[in-house]
Design a protein around this ligand. Structure first.
Ligand SMILES: NC(=O)c1ccc[n+]([C@@H]2O[C@H](COP(=O)([O-])OP(=O)(O)OC[C@H]3O[C@@H](n4cnc5c(N)ncnc54)[C@H](O)[C@@H]3O)[C@@H](O)[C@H]2O)c1
Length: 298
């Protein structure tokens, strides 16, 4: 997709940080943006920026973990701006601590928003995009944490690994419908992510304690992160080029190379088992041929 004029963009987490940056960048190139967020106060503040500039923007109060509300939000967005062209599954939360101190509530909240929210976005909008037959693009926000585990961010990493795996599969499934998929993997971005705890629902309280010292350090860290609008411009380029991954952080090249190298070191060379390899490759090829023959037309 190269022309964003008149396109409808639905952005979860659109009232702050990376989602707001996406809304600002895409509205400035002609898109009509819907900011869907759990924080109505932040939606109001964010909308002022668009209205001051005469740019079309609409706010919807949405908890991405609420599937029925997601469906209603999609109906509302379509009533206001027409059918969706661009889906940004950006909403996310973070809470940190070692896994042996995690509660089930920590798992339910972090996985529910970061992974469940993306699932719900896909389930709600992708069938609508396919039925309309006009293509489009889905951008799912993961993180560089989708590539390596961290002892203090186990649940967060798991949620982002899941987003990445799902998005790679979605990329393959949607290509034939002209719908692109990109996986945004930010490193440090200047956002309000340290304040995530303010949106944690009462029934999922208890577990990781983000004490003030940790919050102060996190705020200091993120203040020096990439500007969300700069990041969103990279996302725009990725959509234009049809890139699967968006990782505009050169400092991640080295740790990622090391991580992939560590994995490759665990795989023996092909010369160690030529007969076994040939048998497994033949089996996989036969399976693929059978699946192709059984596949119904679209
Ligand atoms: N900031 C970073 O350094 C960084 C790095 C890697 C990945 N990310 C990812 O970027 C995404 C955006 O985060 P951000 O950094 O812009 O943080 P942010 O807190 O500024 O923005 C996140 C937005 O999501 C909203 N949100 C939270 N829970 C929600 C829910 N249940 N339903 C709907 N909206 C909800 C919040 O109200 C907020 O407006 C997240 O998925 C995060 O994991 C951020």
């Amino acid at each position: 997709m190269h022309d964003f004029k008149g396109k409808m963009a639905f952005i979860t987490g659109g009232a702050s940080g990376i989602g707001l940056g996406q809304a600002q960048v895409f509205s400035q190139v002609g898109a009509k943006v819907v900011l869907a967020d759990i924080r109505p106060d932040r939606i109001e503040l964010a909308l002022a920026w668009f209205h001051d500039r005469g740019l079309p923007a609409h706010g919807i109060h949405l908890d991405v973990t609420d599937r029925a509300a997601f469906e209603r939000a999609a109906d509302e967005a379509e009533r206001v701006f027409g059918a969706i062209d661009l889906l940004f599954n950006t909403a996310g939360v973070a809470a940190f601590g070692p896994l042996h101190k995690a509660s089930y509530a920590d798992y339910d909240w972090i996985m529910g928003v970061n992974f469940g929210g993306v699932v719900n976005g896909i389930q709600t909008f992708v069938p609508r995009m396919i039925a309309r037959g006009c293509g489009g693009h889905v951008v799912n926000t993961a993180s560089v944490a989708a590539f390596y585990g961290s002892d203090v961010a186990g649940i967060y990493c798991a949620s982002k690994f899941a987003v990445r795996g799902l998005s790679e599969a979605l990329h393959q499934s949607l290509a034939k419908y002209g719908i692109g998929v990109s996986i945004l993997c930010p490193a440090n971005v200047n956002t309000r992510i340290p304040e995530s705890g303010t949106t944690r629902p009462a029934h999922l309280r208890g577990g990781y304690e983000m004490d003030e010292t940790l919050l102060v350090s996190l705020r200091k860290l993120h203040k020096r992160g990439m500007d969300p609008e700069v990041l969103a411009k990279h996302v725009k380029t990725a959509i234009e080029r049809g890139d699967l991954y968006v990782i505009p952080f050169p400092e991640e090249r080295e740790p990622l190379s090391r991580s992939f190298a560590r994995i490759l070191e665990c795989i023996p060379p092909e010369s160690s088992d030529p007969a076994g390899i040939a048998a497994r490759r033949a089996a996989a090829a036969e399976f693929a041929r059978e699946r192709q023959a059984q596949r119904p037309a679209r």
